[in-house]
Design a protein around this ligand. Structure first.
Ligand SMILES: [Zn+2]
Length: 122
């Protein structure tokens, strides 16, 4: 049974309109619309200007800085708390480093032997 909120008369629950006063009646037990659980994005650290400067300076510090920077890039690229943009940047830096290392090795292998051949020809 439904109870009309307007005239308080009860009637069959299949009716959407009160037969006594014509009020449009919602279900007496309104469906609780469960909001689909929206995944709340975890608060991510935003990178301050100082942070960017510090991170930009790390690779310029001699030797140790390069290794620290490489490790930090690995950590940053997998750090879910960091902003996507920052993680992508860290990944891009790693990829670029890998490319540069590969190119350097290729350069040494290809041109290194050519260079030593050149020296040996004298
Ligand atoms: Zn009514």
């Amino acid at each position: 049974m439904k109870v009309c909120p307007s005239c308080r008369s009860s009637f069959d629950k299949s009716l959407a309109i009160c037969p006594y006063c014509g009020t449009i009646v919602q279900d007496s037990q309104p469906m609780v619309y469960q909001q689909p659980a929206v995944p709340q994005p975890e608060p991510k650290d935003s990178v301050s200007v100082g942070g960017w400067i510090g991170r930009s300076l790390i690779p310029y510090s001699p030797l140790v800085g390069g290794i620290v920077y490489l490790i930090m890039l690995f950590i940053w690229s997998g750090d879910k708390k960091k902003e996507d943009t920052f993680r992508n940047w860290a990944k891009a830096q790693l990829i670029m480093m890998a490319v540069i290392i590969v190119l350097t090795i290729l350069g040494v292998v290809l041109f290194g032997s050519a260079f030593s051949d050149l020296l040996n020809s004298f």
